[in-house]
Design a protein around this ligand. Structure first.
Ligand code: NAD
Length: 354
């Protein structure tokens, strides 16, 4: 097994990166973790209060596209693994403003790859891994049946997924061209605590609490495959330590839901948790014009990960979603703090009065 001693995590103040850092540091107390994050609207250091006192943890505020900064961290900290989460991650934002997606997701990844290559080739660390966190959205959309495997051709449909697919191909190129030890994993939709309230599940919870309309795209029949963020983090650790350089893994929990079914489930759970009448929250559902290029269905075949590395999810969706709702109810302060003025402007533009 590969045992990293100094990890550079990018985007560690975001939803998945912060969950990964908290989990990884508690299970790997001997490993240093440097978190490089630009603290965009999606980054929040309050997600990391569990590690900020840990002497093995260091936060650096900065941009992944800043080559000199990245080079200095890699050298000074003798980084032996880069785990790259940092990205612009919201599909709707990529439709209204794609430039920043190309800059961060494509150019930012290229800078990290190039600085990683120089650092790895300088030989100052005995082993090295570059790990790209990707998404099932690079595969495009499925019909009613079938699953994405690691062999499914990339067929991205949104500016977000196109920028992630471009990054994945650059990572592949650094393995094929330079033999750099790279890894890629592509995960389905994540849910869990600290998810920014523009994404479906936290948006529903926040709006239900405030008795605001629940915007649902189209007829709500699009299908997504959901995985708890902690199970994603566990899979990443497994792949980082156990996978052969150059490999690609899909991560998913065989948990497909139509969007409308998720909306109904969250409504019903919150009817009882908030002491409202049965069916009351469903009355808030408002169908809105479908997202352009909206992928119909995503479903992941994660059997390679299970077979090669023995990973399987630990959360059932029923437990995970109930725990997540309880977390949001107990952490309303966090929601208020992250939904700043600029987020409210964005929301208004996206959904109007909804
Ligand atoms: P997020 O939007 O919550 O967090 C992204 C983080 O990256 C933020 O902390 C932000 O400040 C930081 N960042 C953005 N631009 C940066 C830059 N130029 N330099 C440094 N830091 C920068 O995203 P997330 O949901 O945690 O997703 C993390 C990764 O996982 C992304 O690469 C995403 O594509 C991938 N992914 C997400 C999901 C999901 O369901 N959320 C599923 C599969 C894969």
């Amino acid at each position: 097994l590969f045992q990293p001693t100094a990890l550079l995590v990018t985007g560690g103040a975001g939803f998945i990166g912060s969950n990964f850092i908290n989990r990884f540091m508690s299970l790997n107390p001997g490993c240093r973790v440097i978190n490089l994050d630009a603290l965009t609207y999606a980054g929040n250091l309050k997600n990391l209060t569990g590690v900020e006192q840990n002497p093995n943890y260091r936060f650096v505020k900065g941009d992944i596209a800043d080559a000199a900064l990245v080079a200095s961290i890699l050298a000074e900290e003798k980084i032996d693994a880069v785990v790259h989460f940092a990205a612009e991650s919201h599909v709707d934002r990529s439709i209204t403003g794609p430039e920043i997606f190309v800059r961060t997701n494509v150019l930012g990844t290229q800078v990290l790859l190039e600085e990683s290559r120089k650092h790895w080739q300088s030989g100052v660390v005995p082993g090295f891994r570059y790990y790209q966190i990707s998404t099932d959205e690079v595969y495009g959309s499925l019909g009613e049946t079938g699953f994405f495997t690691e062999e499914t051709p990339l067929a991205a449909n949104s500016p977000y997924s196109a920028s992630k697919a471009g990054a994945d191909l650059l990572v592949r190129a650094y393995y094929e061209t330079f033999g750099m030890p790279t890894l890629i994993s592509r995960c389905s939709n994540n849910y869990g605590p600290y998810h920014f309230p523009e994404k479906l599940i936290p948006l529903l919870i926040a709006n239900i609490i405030a008795r605001k309309p629940l915007p649902v795209y189209g007829d709500g029949s699009n299908v997504r495959d959901w995985l708890h963020v902690a199970d994603h983090g566990a899979a990443i650790e497994c792949i980082l330590k156990g996978a052969k350089p150059g490999s690609v893994y899909n991560i998913g929990g065989n948990n497909e839901w139509q969007n409308i079914a998720i909306v109904n489930l969250v409504c019903d759970l919150l009817d009882s948790k908030l002491g409202r009448q049965s069916g009351e929250n469903r009355g808030l559902i408002t169908f809105v014009k479908d997202r352009p290029g909206h992928d119909r269905r995503y479903a992941i075949d994660a059997s390679k990960l299970k077979k090669d590395l023995g990973w399987s999810p630990s959360y059932t969706f029923e437990t995970g979603i109930a725990e997540t709702i309880d977390w949001y109810l107990a952490n309303q302060q966090w929601v208020t703090e992250v939904t700043s003025g600029s987020y409210r402007d964005y929301y208004q533009q996206q959904y109007g009065g909804a």
